[in-house]
Design a protein around this ligand. Structure first.
Ligand code: NDP
Ligand code: GDR
Length: 328
């Protein structure tokens, strides 16, 4: 039985990856930091199947102990401060969690189990300002946020450990991927949640930022399979994972509100609070290398993804309504 250690297992990707690896028969160890209130929502259904380890990305001692206790064949480093907008008000915390923490994790693996295969969650945000379209593994980086800058560090330190210590270390340069488990602050989930709540009379407007931004949005469940495939190859390498299709935020609004029979224009308020100091105007990925070498393929389209998210948010909003209707 193979053993995998996942950091960020309570997040969107960590939960799908844990499910996928458990189904493959892996023993799955999940690193979890202490939080003041429990946040098991994404992993509630597999909570008892995961072997929990307590640790924080910025606490090297806890990472060394996590690697020692799990003795992993594969390490998936997904934990990070992952919300781009939060990286301006919290640039130093972002650098610690999204950049320096990657070195902590690589050091823990190098010292305790250097033969373990290592996956780093790199991001299309590293491309930032448009230098080439579509973006592929060789496209130069020009990050546009403290988050993007931190991810570039994480990406290059992973390459450096591969070249310095001959470690099997890969970076997946993943474009935006979403699901019903996406955090509520990210634009897709913010929109699908609002469409559902407005439909059911729980909300009456939606405050948004830049509606012209273009993103290449895929389904998280498809993307975690690519992470695993990267670690099953003969040689470590970096791969772009994307759909090769892009849509504006306006198109996202049209699909989500259209699915519940509403016109988004009746509810949108543009609020400068959600406009970023520097924007990534366009992200479009070319994942031909992953398709050819990993045999990776997409299963869920943009429209299916957004409708799946709206349906899930409708269900959650209905539950909230039925709880509110119970006499106290
Ligand atoms: P989430 O924000 O959903 O999950 C982040 C995870 O990291 C959570 O489990 C969080 O724990 C954990 N975490 C944060 N800080 C620490 C810390 N100091 N110590 C331990 N754990 C910590 O992100 P996603 O699942 O969407 O993304 C996974 C990774 O992939 C991230 O690195 C992200 O930057 C990257 N990425 C994501 C893309 C996407 O579109 N989703 C695209 C490209 C890259 P807690 O629950 O306690 O907050
Ligand atoms: P992103 O995702 O920054 O691409 O990072 P997000 O969903 O936050 O923003 C996408 C685009 O939508 C625009 N936008 C808004 N965004 C938010 N959150 N809220 C709004 O109200 C709003 N209005 C417009 C943004 O300006 C932006 O252009 C995600 C994260 O998962 C990263 O961790 C990951 O690395 C990248 O995707 C690839």
């Amino acid at each position: 039985m193979k053993r995998a250690l996942i950091t960020g297992v309570t997040g969107q990707d960590g939960s799908y990856l844990a499910e996928f690896l458990l189904e493959k028969g892996y023993e799955v160890y999940g690193l979890r930091r202490r939080t003041s209130t429990p946040n098991f929502e994404n992993v509630e259904h597999i909570k008892n199947k995961i072997k929990w380890l307590s640790g924080d990305l910025n606490d090297l001692a806890s990472l060394l102990e996590a690697v020692r206790l799990s003795d992993p064949d594969e390490v998936y480093n997904l934990a990070a401060q992952s919300f781009v907008a939060a990286s301006w008000p919290q640039p130093i915390a972002t650098a610690q969690m999204t950049a320096l923490a990657v070195t902590n994790m690589l050091e823990a693996v190098r010292i305790i189990k250097p033969s373990a295969r290592f996956y780093q969650a790199s991001s299309s945000e590293m491309f930032g300002k448009v230098m080439e379209t579509p973006q592929k593994e060789t496209t130069p980086f020009y990050p546009r946020s403290p988050y993007g800058v931190a991810k570039v560090y994480g990406h290059w330190i992973t390459t450096n450990y591969r070249e310095s210590y001959n470690m099997f270390a890969c970076s997946g340069i993943l474009f935006n991927h979403e699901s019903p488990r996406r955090g509520l602050e990210f634009v897709t989930r913010k929109v699908t949640d609002a469409a559902a709540r407005i439909k059911l009379g729980l909300q009456n407007e939606l405050r948004m930022g830049n509606l012209d931004a273009l993103r290449d949005w895929g389904f998280a469940g498809d993307y975690v399979k690519a992470m695993w495939l990267m670690l099953q190859q003969n040689e470590p390498d970096d791969y772009v994972i994307s759909t090769g299709e892009m849509h504006t935020v306006t198109e996202l609004l049209e699909v989500a509100f259209g699915h519940v029979g509403l016109d988004y224009r009746d509810y949108i308020v543009i609020d400068p609070e959600f406009v970023r100091p520097a924007e990534v105007d366009l992200l479009l990925g070319d994942c031909s290398k992953a398709k050819e070498r990993l045999g990776w393929k997409l299963e869920v389209s943009f429209k299916q993804l957004i409708e799946m998210m709206v349906d899930s948010d409708l269900e959650k909003a209905r539950q909230q309504l039925s709880i509110a209707a119970i006499p106290q």
